[in-house]
Design a protein around this ligand. Structure first.
Ligand SMILES: Cc1cc2nc3c(=O)[nH]c(=O)nc-3n(C[C@H](O)[C@H](O)[C@H](O)COP(=O)(O)O)c2cc1C
Length: 200
């Protein structure tokens, strides 16, 4: 596909065919991710790949107590919370593959300076996001679809627990990946004059 075709044709796809994604294709997606620019070329990103529903379910169940507690804290009743949690489980486990971009916090230097340390963390997060963007574009170019789901970002410890990951891997979200079973509409972008400030 031509560059603009890939950029303009990509959509967030949330419904997938019940068909596995070939491992070789997943490897190509990860390779596309690792081609992204990244701070200091430190490559503090990690990619957790999940292709079995039971594994994804284990993760979602590990994330559930925190999610339910947040809903209860917001004033919802237990039965509403349970219903929402069930729906969320069904949604988050509906893709044949998932890639979780993580940041390996242990890779980052500590400067004994809070502002600099925070800056390094932000740069690592930004780098992982760029990798995720590449993965979503590559997925589209290869005939797949995907969407970034933020949920795991709110329970990174549960993700580590579910997949037995090193404790310093901080999930930034999850990319649901699969063969598209929908053709989502283009979501309008703000006009350029609203988002650009030309200085010269
Ligand atoms: C950081 C980030 C977090 C997102 N989180 C979610 C999410 O939790 N659930 C979801 O359905 N879509 C999520 N999205 C997808 C956005 O809703 C989507 O990109 C946006 O609406 C524009 O639509 P498009 O991707 O089809 O162009 C997320 C996207 C990004 C970049």
């Amino acid at each position: 596909m031509d560059f603009w075709e890939v950029l303009e044709g990509r959509r967030s796809v949330r419904m997938f065919e019940n068909r596995p994604v070939e491992r070789e294709l997943i490897k190509k997606l990860i390779k596309a991710g690792t081609m992204a620019p990244n701070a200091h070329n430190r490559q503090s990103w990690r990619f957790v790949v999940v292709t079995e529903k039971e594994d994804l379910t284990r993760m979602v169940l590990a994330m559930q107590p925190k999610y339910k507690q947040a809903l209860l804290n917001s004033g919802m009743f237990q039965n509403q919370v349970d219903e929402l949690a069930e729906k969320r489980k069904a949604r988050l486990t509906s893709a044949p593959a998932a890639i979780l971009p993580c940041v390996a916090k242990g890779d980052l230097p500590s400067y004994g300076d809070d502002e600099r340390t925070e800056g390094e963390w932000m740069m690592a997060v930004q780098s992982a996001a760029l990798a995720a963007g590449n993965i979503l574009l590559a997925a589209h170019a290869f005939g797949l679809g995907g969407v970034w789901i933020c949920a795991p970002m709110f329970a990174p410890a549960a993700v580590c627990e579910a997949f037995d990951l090193p404790a310093d891997w901080v999930a930034q979200g999850m990319l649901m990946i699969g063969y598209p079973a929908e053709e989502p509409e283009f979501r309008e972008r703000k006009p350029m004059k609203e988002v650009v400030h030309w200085v010269s």
